[in-house]
Write a protein that binds this ligand. Structure first.
Ligand code: NCD
Length: 313
């Protein structure tokens, strides 16, 4: 990590504009940060003196804590904004909230917001790097990085892998980010779901689509399951959850038909018993907790790049 000052991007808003070299570089750095996180003292001084604000206008467990841990492991200071306890309830606008936090002396903002495009607005209003931690059903680029890191660690490369992304694609920012990152890294991506949960228009997306999970199950290397996003209307477009499970759930029976070295992934939070059977979720070929672990290293790589940090190691 000899690059310092500047970095290779100004913001991380989407995976659509990340080229292969940039993705590879972020993943290589994330790999090195994974090693840092396994040391007795899992910390490097790379971002000492920098302040990172996490601005979450939507609920989050793993993404918010993961960014916090990533910032601290780089020796940055952190500030957390939480919508439920803020002056938003007094009617303060997104712009005024962001400018207020910026005025306290913040070097980078991590933003999750229910509205598509909110992080792009912040990038216009503020003079600091913005990281999109999820905007509506649109993009969640750091999730894609940690997913690609997890796959790369298991298979060595994404080149030529067949990856099925299964379920509520329509409402999934995870899918929209994963598709572009995985395809850019050489994987073949197949979107699988009921017609009502597949996007209306996938023109320009580097994917194939099918409604038949059983038809592709035995040929794929990765099955990436998505949560049915009940809060974004995902539950209203098929007859019942048991029906969804019968056609698209990773049941024990379907799991037994996967290739021997195929893996199962899920971004969390899981609906156990709906899109994934309890036993599958706890199987060693389900890499769901490895994804969470990798989230910290992947986010360290992003923060490091955007703040132009220099590692002493
Ligand atoms: C995802 C999200 O919020 O987009 N969760 C996450 O960040 N790991 C997926 C989801 O909520 O289903």
């Amino acid at each position: 990590m000899d690059r310092g000052g500047g970095g290779i991007m100004n913001h991380l808003l989407t995976t659509e504009d990340l080229d292969r070299a940039t993705l590879e570089e972020l993943l290589a750095d994330a790999d090195e940060f994974s090693e840092v996180l396994n040391r007795p003292i899992p910390k490097v001084p790379a971002l000492r003196g920098k302040t990172i604000a996490t601005m979450f206008f939507e609920p989050s467990t793993r993404t918010k804590m993961s960014f916090d841990k990533a910032a601290k492991a780089l020796s940055a200071d952190t500030m957390a904004f939480s919508a439920s306890t803020s002056s938003l309830s007094k009617g303060e606008s997104l712009k005024d909230t962001a400018l207020t936090v910026r005025a306290m002396g913040v070097d980078l903002m991590v933003v999750r917001h229910g509205a598509t495009g909110a992080p792009w607005r912040l990038a216009e209003w503020l003079d600091i790097p913005i990281v999109n931690a999820g905007d509506g059903a649109h993009q969640h680029p750091t999730q894609a990085l940690l997913d690609c890191l997890t796959i790369k660690q298991r298979f060595g490369s994404l080149d030529g892998l067949r990856i099925a992304i299964v379920g509520d694609i329509k409402h999934s920012r995870v899918a929209r980010s994963d598709i572009f990152a995985m395809a850019t890294l050489g994987a073949e991506v197949i979107l699988v779901g009921p017609p009502t949960l597949l996007p209306l228009d996938t023109e320009g997306w580097p994917v194939k689509t099918t409604t038949d999970l059983d038809g592709v199950l035995e040929t794929v290397d990765v099955v990436y399951l998505l949560r049915v996003q009940l809060e974004r209307g995902g539950g209203s477009v098929f007859p019942s959850l048991p029906e969804y499970t019968a056609r698209y759930g990773m049941t024990n029976e379907r799991f037994s038909r996967l290739k021997d070295d195929a893996i199962v992934m899920h971004p969390g939070p899981m609906n156990r018993g709906v899109e994934i059977a309890h036993e599958v979720a706890d199987d060693h070929r389900a890499l769901i907790l490895a994804q969470v672990t990798n989230g910290v290293a992947a986010r360290m790589a992003v923060l490091f790049h955007l703040l132009g940090g220099e590692s002493n190691e």
